[in-house]
Design a protein around this ligand. Structure first.
Ligand SMILES: C[S@@+](CC[C@H](N)C(=O)[O-])C[C@H]1O[C@@H](n2cnc3c(N)ncnc32)[C@H](O)[C@@H]1O
Length: 335
């Protein structure tokens, strides 16, 4: 049984505080991130999932499983203000599925309140159930789900083994688990092989490209910050992919990111202008290098989109040969 120590409860408090004043956590994405997303992310994402955006990515497999299993319940973990779930629900409705129930598991009462308001505005109150709970201890109440999703919240899970086992136990045998998340090094740090390259690149950068817009600091040297020191941000991100790989069969999988994350991030992305040819050429070069080094196995992707199932299916659909196994970055062995 999970031990809720004083230290753990302190982290829970910090975690709730993290989003207390964040009205829209997907805001603040840089213009250069959008450039990169349109040019590199979207075509590959579409090729694998047949989805134009993250909402299509989630509702399509969930709709398929609701229809296949006859089970009307789906569940989302770390659902935050449920903006994504409301968009997913709209997709289910467009598909002619009206009698589904969306269970939203969320730790923060502040987020749940925002979500309830959002659901009410969308006229979807009859379709939503809110569960204020900690996903590190959550277990299903004998309820069976056609599908489960987790959008950008697995990187907040401390007891990944527990949550993944609980999801498996709660899924219909023909159900699916769908997720988009950050799977790089804990605390969103760079692994040594990527850090070395970022430090080389940093030396070429003029000062105006080294400014961190969230922290409002000029990083003369690149700082390999650990975001997991407060709350659960990136607490075990490097374990997500290996644990998913042990517990699920991947139906579709797309991995991306690493060096390019730094230059398109909320922190540094605003230093680049998508109308500037030189800035675009720089991002294009970093993306080229990123792809090449992943192909060579020198660096590993830091983010993933995955549709997972319990039963063996056809071989996983991936971008190139970038399968889940290929994309796992094993932690360094102690020397
Ligand atoms: C990065 S946010 C993502 C929110 C939402 N899925 C989205 O994409 O807008 C992570 C969410 O997980 C929630 N969370 C963090 N730790 C949790 C826990 N132990 N149990 C349940 N939810 C948790 C946070 O409160 C937050 O709403």
């Amino acid at each position: 049984m999970f031990n809720k120590t004083k230290e753990y409860m302190q982290k829970v408090k910090e975690q709730i505080r993290q989003y207390e004043t964040t009205e829209d956590m997907h805001a603040q994405l840089s213009d250069m991130f959008r450039y990169w997303q349109e040019k590199y992310f979207k075509p590959r994402f579409f090729e694998i999932f047949g989805a134009n955006n993250h909402l299509d990515f989630y509702w399509k497999p969930l709709a398929e499983r609701i229809q296949k299993t006859g089970c009307r319940d789906v569940i989302s973990f770390g659902s935050g203000d449920a903006q994504v779930e409301v968009g997913v629900a709209a997709g289910l409705k467009r598909e002619g599925i009206n009698d589904f129930r969306f269970h939203c598991v969320e730790l923060s009462p502040v987020q749940i309140k925002r979500a309830q308001e959002f659901v009410k505005k969308a006229g979807l109150e009859d379709n939503f159930v809110f569960v204020e709970a900690d996903f590190n201890t959550w277990v299903s109440n004998e309820q069976m789900f056609a599908g489960a999703m987790c959008h950008h919240a697995l990187h907040h899970v401390l007891d990944l083994e527990h949550l993944i086992a609980s999801i498996r136990a709660a899924l219909h045998p023909q159900g699916c688990f769908v997720s988009i998340d950050v799977v790089g090094r804990n605390g969103h740090m760079r692994w040594p092989e990527a850090l070395e390259l970022i430090e080389y690149i940093w030396r070429f950068l003029p000062e105006e490209k080294r400014y961190h817009h969230i922290l409002k600091t000029l990083d003369k040297e690149y700082v390999n910050r650990d975001c997991s020191t407060q709350g659960f941000e990136g607490i075990r991100s490097q374990d997500i992919l290996p644990i998913l790989n042990q517990n699920f069969k991947f139906e579709k999988f797309f991995a991306f990111g690493n060096l390019v994350d730094v230059f398109t991030s909320r922190g540094y992305g605003a230093n680049y202008n998508s109308n500037d040819e030189l800035d675009k050429a720089f991002i294009d070069f970093i993306q080229y290098l990123n792809d090449l080094l992943i192909d060579l196995g020198h660096i590993k992707p830091t983010r993933m989109c995955a549709v997972m199932v319990l039963e063996d299916k056809e071989p996983v659909r991936t971008y190139k040969n970038w399968t889940p196994e290929f994309c796992i970055r094993m932690p360094d062995l102690p020397s």
